[in-house]
Design a protein around this ligand. Structure first.
Ligand SMILES: Cc1ncc(COP(=O)(O)O)c(C=O)c1O
Length: 248
């Protein structure tokens, strides 16, 4: 007899927790996440810091919160964020950067969602004293509305170099980072190198019901923790959420 397995490929968000994951969630050692006392979340944090090759990480309820907290830390009110016009941060987060951080988007038109360092430099505001401050560049790996394309490591290196030379913080919306790693055969940290902040979504294709992990330098993550508390993203027994993910 032939058995039929139905796989819904409409969206990465249609993945469901497996039976093993659900079982693990009910038996996970847990504690108070706000006090860094949830052992399961702490173990997850360590794995993601290693995956990204970054100093520190913080667990958050969603990818949108990772993006918005990053902008709250990187930007001052009146700043501008350079991003692809079709990026999730521009089109799908309730104008969060403007509403929360007071920063407006400087969208770059690119059907693929990928742009070059030169495109970013051309979009920067000058002179800064009399104008907006271009403070952050945000890229999306893989490009969701761009068709799931992978930003090449070389393009990212040139972009982060140019951004830092121009005083910008570099942010990567890595909702689908592991897709890029698998598709290219490169370790995830090759893509996050040179970024001041990056995050991974556990509910996108990894089967977790909720959760995302934001990574960066230690002082960035300390500042992110303040916003996590302010926005109500500080949690309690989060260890029973994001179990059994296979981060390669
Ligand atoms: C590229 C990208 N960024 C951010 C998000 C937001 O993630 P979340 O649904 O966890 O808030 C999504 C969700 O689909 C996404 O595709």
């Amino acid at each position: 007899m032939t058995s039929v397995i139905e796989i819904d490929l409409v969206s990465a968000t249609t993945t469901r927790p497996s039976a093993a994951m659900l079982a693990q969630m009910t038996s996970a050692p847990v504690g108070d996440e706000q006090k860094n006392e949830d052992p399961t979340t702490c173990a997850l944090d360590e794995r993601v810091a290693d995956l990204f090759g970054m100093e520190a990480v913080v667990f958050l309820p969603s990818g949108t919160m990772c993006n918005q907290i990053s902008f709250l830390v990187h930007c001052r009110s009146g700043d501008e964020i350079v991003a692809a016009a079709n990026a999730h941060v521009v089109a799908s987060e309730g104008v969060g950067a403007a509403a929360l951080a007071g920063a407006q988007m400087r969208p770059i038109e690119t059907p693929t969602g990928i742009f070059e360092a030169a495109d970013m430099v051309a979009a920067l505001r000058r002179p800064r004293m009399r104008s907006l401050r271009s403070s952050t560049v945000s890229v999306e790996q893989t490009t969701n509305r761009g068709g799931g394309l992978v930003w090449p490591v070389e393009t990212l290196s040139a972009l982060t170099k140019a951004a830092h030379e121009n005083g910008l913080a570099t942010h990567m919306d890595d909702a689908h980072l592991l897709n890029a790693a698998v598709a290219s055969g490169r370790p995830a940290k090759d893509f996050t190198a040179g970024f001041d902040s990056a995050w991974i979504d556990l509910s996108k294709g990894l089967g977790c019901p909720v959760g995302a992990v934001l990574a960066g330098f230690r002082d960035f993550i300390e500042a992110a923790w303040v916003w996590k508390h302010r926005l109500g993203g500080a949690l309690r027994q989060s260890g029973c959420w994001p179990q059994q993910i296979s981060l390669r």
